[in-house]
Design a protein. Structure first.
Length: 71
């Protein structure tokens, strides 16, 4: 019985003496954090209609606004 009480006290003391981890709040991502391909004058730009997969250059990318998430 004494041994169990001694171990329980040691566990509580060990838990209280643990160092707390330093947490850093991540910075908000801005438009500078994204790397979008740009157009060059000697490249041909396709005209796209509808929803398609496009690889390569993009002249215009829309809907980059951020919205607050409501929980």
């Amino acid at each position: 019985m004494w041994l169990l009480l001694f171990v329980a006290v040691l566990l509580v003391v060990t838990y209280l003496l643990l160092p707390s981890p330093a947490t850093k709040t991540p910075d908000k991502a801005g438009l500078d954090d994204f790397d979008f391909p740009t157009n060059q004058n000697d490249r041909v730009m396709p005209i796209l209609y509808g929803c398609v997969w496009m690889h390569g250059n993009a002249l215009e990318i829309q809907n980059l606004k951020s919205k607050k998430i409501k929980a």
